[in-house]
Design a protein around this ligand. Structure first.
Ligand code: ADP
Ligand code: TZD
Length: 569
């Protein structure tokens, strides 16, 4: 009798997770180690994957999410159980809300103890907790199912409307063993993870009919359009039809912001006056005033291109839904449009828009050219705009209230998927996570323009930036508080007002603690110099930009969303 030694060779859950990810060309994990996943992180590195370790899981999750947005491959975030998982869950929920593909992989405690609630170390039913906030959530109990579990997670994250997926890996699973031959067979290489979705021909015809009837058409590009990477098709549609377009914040750069058809400088005018609006990968949510009310003026017809059929009619009636992936939908419109519907808009409409644009741009130029002391949002952003103009490949991260609103309209983008911001939730805290994710994913420099409050949510990740020596320059717009630094405690008590921080804080010293370069600037000229130097050095840097503490407004442009008490304050 001969013994087959190969059949006794075994592998384990740790190796299978790494093998399954690598088999699907996933080569980076963003995470934070601890029981039970430390060895998983070590093994990932040993097997040639990149493991980027963070100081808090939320930021690892945000890095994974932005990597997913940039590449159409799910970004991976790895955390420990219960609290680590919950820290990562905020990022998973944010990714799902923004339609970014990511997978949160968390270790979990003993199932038998968790389910009987007998009080295990970091006990929590993580699968149940993840479900309401994720596009999908799975748990793997047997090593031979790891391949299928990872395949399902990848497919769920990137197919259809992308989103966040949770994958629960109990500690016991990782040490389970499996015969090597069986293990190999159990792995799955996902074929066509995000299949093209071709729109129906009658839907294309309907859309063209509506477009044909337009007197004052407008194209609105959302971050779904940027995500879809249908850059050429979109540019062709815009330029062939001659229709003015508006980019939502993260769609900026899909066409360069300096494009003559950009109607950004006449935004209120075109939203109110247009009669047919082609929505491409943009939802009619709060960011677009739900498609109705004063912002949108008179009655209008919408053509909506989206991959998610249930998005249609979410806020207002859609005359012509076009369901499919954006590349296929726009190509179908272009192909069928030779029969009509692609006529250039009237000179009246284009002229009226140009008139508004000229007027508004002159007003903005005047505001930008002032040089108040101390510096304000406009004069600081003028400096940044002028430096970044020379570096169109730089990734821009942006969060805050006033800092977000002003930077969005002042800093031009020239390339697609280069602007990453607070997104659909208007969330603070994405700053350093997105910056790290963007730097690692693209290998290109990042500039993060941050309100001082916004920066605080992820500030400790400066250590991560320094540890990996990433080319990230963070600019903190320091106005001593949330929105502003001027509020006072009406009682005259020792506590400062709820919106106020330590005055004159030196955020530049924080990065110095980790070996990065800190700059302290108070004028636009100093800011220009510091930013140029920091970009040229390509090393971790932080610029503490002192802004007039009275310059901001409450909640930036969202002041009206603050509920008003009936009683006077
Ligand atoms: P914005 O905030 O920029 O207005 P949203 O996040 O609201 O954009 O909208 C993005 C939309 O794009 C979502 O409704 C999503 O379903 C859709 N989407 C994402 N990827 C694709 C794709 N590849 N093809 C078609 N639609 C997509
Ligand atoms: N917490 C989270 C997670 N997200 C939020 N959006 C908020 C709190 C509320 N919030 C805003 O909406 S903006 C903001 C907070 C705290 C910070 C504004 O101050 P800032 O920016 O210093 O970052 P400006 O430019 O000075 O206004």
């Amino acid at each position: 009798m001969t013994t087959d030694t190969s059949s006794t060779e075994v592998t384990d859950g740790f190796h299978l997770v790494i093998d399954a990810l690598k088999l699907n060309d996933i080569n980076t994990i963003f995470g934070l180690v601890g029981i039970p996943i430390t060895d998983l992180a070590r093994l990932a590195q040993a097997e040639g994957m990149r493991f980027i370790g963070f100081r808090h899981e939320q930021h690892a999750g945000n890095a994974a999410a932005i990597a997913g947005y940039m590449t159409q491959k799910p970004g991976i975030c790895l955390t420990v159980s219960a609290p680590g998982f919950l820290n990562g869950l905020t990022a998973l929920a944010n990714a799902t809300t923004n339609c970014f593909p990511m997978i949160l992989i968390s270790g979990s405690s003993e199932r038998e103890i968790v389910d009987l609630q007998q009080g295990d170390y970091e006990e929590m039913d993580q699968l149940a907790a993840a479900k309401p906030y994720a596009k999908a959530a799975y748990r793997v109990l047997h090593a031979e199912d790891i391949g299928i579990g990872v395949a399902r997670a990848i497919r769920a994250a990137v197919s259809g409307r992308p989103g966040g997926v949770y994958l629960d890996l109990p500690a016991k699973l990782l040490s389970q063993t499996l015969d090597v031959a069986r293990a190999k067979q159990s792995l799955v290489r996902v074929v066509d993870a995000a299949p093209r979705q071709i729109p129906a021909r009658d839907a294309v015809e309907r859309a063209l009919q509506v477009l044909k009837s337009a007197k004052r058409p407008l194209i609105l590009l959302g971050k779904g359009a940027a995500y879809s990477q249908a850059d050429n098709e979109i540019r062709t549609l815009v330029e062939k039809t001659g229709i003015p377009y508006l980019p939502m914040s993260m769609a900026k750069g899909l066409l360069p912001d300096t494009h003559p058809q950009s109607a950004s400088a006449a935004r209120s005018f075109v939203l109110a006056e247009s009669d047919v609006v082609v929505l491409i990968g943009a939802r009619l949510n709060w960011l677009l005033s739900h498609g109705k009310g004063k912002t949108w003026g008179g009655p209008k017809q919408f053509i909506q291109i989206d991959i998610s059929p249930t998005e249609i009619d979410s806020n207002v009636a859609i005359a012509a839904p076009l369901i499919g992936d954006i590349g296929s939908c726009v190509s179908a419109l272009l192909a069928a449009g030779t029969g009509g519907g692609m006529e250039k808009p009237s000179a009246d409409w284009l002229g009226a828009i140009q008139e508004r644009k000229d007027k508004n741009m002159a007003g903005m130029a005047a505001r930008l050219n002032q040089n108040p002391a101390p510096m304000n949002f406009h004069s600081a952003l003028r400096s940044i705009r002028d430096v970044l103009k020379m570096h169109p490949d730089i990734n821009l991260v942006n969060e805050g209230a006033n800092t977000l609103d002003f930077a969005r309209s002042i800093i031009d983008q020239y390339r697609p998927r280069k602007r990453f911001d607070s997104g659909t939730w208007g969330i603070m805290g994405i700053g350093m996570g997105y910056a790290i994710g963007a730097a690692v994913t693209s290998g290109l420099p990042v500039v993060a323009v941050e309100g001082d409050s916004a920066f605080g949510f992820s500030g400790m990740e400066l250590e991560t930036i320094c540890r990996y020596n990433l080319p990230v320059t963070t600019i903190v717009f320091n106005n001593n508080g949330v929105y502003r630094g001027t509020d006072v405690n009406p009682t005259g008590g020792a506590d400062v007002a709820p919106t106020v921080f330590v005055k004159g804080a030196r955020y530049d010293k924080v990065i110095e603690a980790f070996g990065g370069v800190g700059y302290h600037v108070t004028t636009p000229a100093e800011l220009t110099q510091a930013l140029s130097d920091a970009i040229a050095a390509g090393k971790p840097a932080l610029i503490n930009a002192v802004i007039d503490e009275s310059a901001g407004t409450e909640s930036g442009r969202l002041t009206n969303l603050n509920p008003q008490g009936a009683k006077k304050k």
